[in-house]
Design a protein around this ligand. Structure first.
Ligand code: PEP
Ligand code: MN
Length: 228
């Protein structure tokens, strides 16, 4: 709630938080589950920000349809076809992250799985792909922006946080994404990154996020777009 208020103040127009978390290690923080979803609902009630959260399995679908405004399908589930079909049978907007090692063609086909069930509300989210590079957590592929725009009619947003893995890279990648025509950004923010339960190293403090929004709006203005 504390951070939600700060990002809202800075100009964010949605709040994303993971309540069910697909962590690489089973011993890492696994999320707060239902309690986390209800915390997001509380943050929405207090700020008016729509909420986005990751659905990991079909058995939690009703909980998400009831509580969440946008359902996130995470990179690790991009080709979980039963999950894609299940969200396709709802009318909820779905944010479909690109898989760690998936081609653009596979990603578009994953979106087709959702739309073929009757849900046209799909948003692509690029979060970096795995390459030989080790200086970044993943390699952010910005070529997807013009390609997705040419091949589909769907919006595409960029997640520089999971791509970079390092807060120092977020500003450059974000501004580049806006310049390349992205429809939005999803940026991790924490007021005490050193105490974050997940992904603190890639989280911006609210003041840095605030500066970034201002710079992003300037770039959006130059290319004739507006950022929410
Ligand atoms: C996340 O958004 O917190 C997440 C786990 O991202 P990804 O699925 O892109 O790894
Ligand atoms: Mn994360």
């Amino acid at each position: 709630v504390r951070i939600a208020k700060e990002v809202k103040e800075a100009g964010a127009n949605m709040l994303r938080g993971g309540a069910y978390k697909p962590r690489t290690s089973p011993y890492a923080f696994q999320g707060l589950g239902t309690e986390g979803v209800l915390d997001l609902v509380k943050a929405r009630d207090l700020t008016g920000l729509p909420i986005v959260s990751e659905l990991m399995s079909v058995d939690k679908l009703d909980e998400f349809v009831k509580n969440v405004d946008i359902i996130q399908i995470g990179a690790r589930n991009m080709q979980n076809f039963d999950l894609l079909k299940a969200v396709g049978r709802t009318k909820k907007p779905v944010m479909l992250k690109r898989g760690l090692c998936n081609t653009i063609e596979e990603w578009i086909m994953a979106a087709e799985y959702i739309m073929a069930e009757g849900n046209p509300n799909v948003i692509f989210c690029e979060r970096g792909i795995r390459t030989f590079e080790t200086y970044t957590r993943n390699t952010l592929d910005l070529a997807v922006i013009p390609i997705i725009k040419e091949r589909t009619h769907l919006p595409i947003i960029i997640d520089p946080s999971h791509a970079a893995g390092d807060y120092k890279l977020i500003e450059s990648l974000s501004l580049a994404a806006i310049a390349a025509g992205a429809d939005g950004l999803i940026i991790e923010v924490h007021d005490e990154p050193e105490n974050a339960w997940s992904d603190g190293a890639q989280s911006l403090k609210p003041s840095k996020f605030n500066d970034l929004v201002a710079k992003g709006k300037a770039i959006a203005h130059v290319i004739g777009r507006s950022l929410g």
